[in-house]
Design a protein around this ligand. Structure first.
Ligand code: DHB
Ligand code: FE
Length: 279
């Protein structure tokens, strides 16, 4: 049977991807951010998962703002990097697991999460930057990927509680899959950031630290948090953190924090990473 063994929460700042692609990771601005990613890469290389379910959002790049699904799943066998205005990132094609995707789609819809089925999907920095953070620059990504999208870009977004429940339903679906797969779940986005308007550049270290603390031990506090709380405390784009709650919902109640990294600044953003393993 398939099994979820661990979760990773990580920011997906586009400039982090550009630093990797342009060979700038040892420059003074980026050095300590990337030094902190080293232990996470080592951990993942040791873990050798078969599949990663990556919870992310498209930033109106591959999907037109004319129609944004609340939740969507990529069911193809491959996902190419989207062109976000500077040409597609020079990263390997993301290999899918179509059979697992369809199993998840069916199980989730029967569990009343009405995901949009994406037969074709190009993936933007929301998905490719977490892969670069976790894996560096391999010739091929070392595992298959099932992309699950959450709308955090257009009003009204789903609640954190709904996202956590989606994670629970993902876990149930994975555990009912007959193939012996070891699965990790990525929750991406955040941490505190606002990239436009009067409060552009907002960083809230205390809020981010409390979020990381409670993700492990007290996720129900986070699940109860309103969108306005995210906006006020973590900036307009801080709402991306609801995607980490999908990841947390897919894990056991009892998890162990394996590693954490927090760094300011990365572009206009606080970059965070956490690794959680099921006990
Ligand atoms: C930026 C964009 C993002 O999507 C994000 O999550 C963080 C930062 C940016 O443009 O800097
Ligand atoms: Fe984002």
């Amino acid at each position: 049977m398939a099994k979820i063994i661990a979760g990773i929460g990580t920011s997906h700042v586009p400039a982090i991807g550009a630093a990797v692609d342009q060979g700038l990771t040892h420059e003074p601005y980026w050095k300590s951010l990337f030094a902190g990613y080293g232990p996470a890469r080592d951990w993942l290389a040791r873990l050798k998962p078969d599949v990663a379910i990556i919870i992310y959002n498209d930033h109106c790049v591959a999907l037109s703002p004319a129609s944004i699904p609340t939740f969507a799943i990529g069911v193809g066998d491959q996902f190419i990097a989207a062109d976000e205005g500077w040409g597609p990132r020079p990263v390997p094609v993301v290999r899918g697991d179509s059979q697992l995707s369809w199993h998840l789609a069916e199980s989730l819809v029967l569990d009343e999460f009405d995901l949009t089925i994406m037969n074709q999907l190009e993936v933007d920095h929301g998905l490719t930057v977490p892969l670069s953070i976790a894996c560096g620059q391999p010739a091929e990504w070392p595992f298959k990927v099932v992309p699950i999208e959450v709308n955090v870009v257009l009003f009204p977004q789903p609640t954190g509680r709904r996202c956590f429940a989606l994670g629970r339903a993902i876990r149930k679906a994975v555990e009912a899959y007959p193939e012996d797969l070891r699965v990790v779940v990525f929750g991406t986005g955040g941490m505190s950031h606002q990239i436009h308007g009067e409060r552009a550049g907002l960083i809230n270290r205390a809020w981010d630290t409390a979020f990381l603390d409670d993700l492990t031990a007290n996720p129900q506090r986070l699940v109860a948090m309103s969108h306005v709380d995210y906006m006020r405390e973590a900036g307009a784009e801080g709402i991306e953190m609801i995607m980490w709650l999908v990841m947390r919902g897919a894990l056991n109640d009892d998890v162990k924090e394996i590693y954490r990294h927090y760094h300011v600044p990365a572009s206009n953003t606080a970059a965070g990473l956490i690794i959680l393993e099921n006990r």
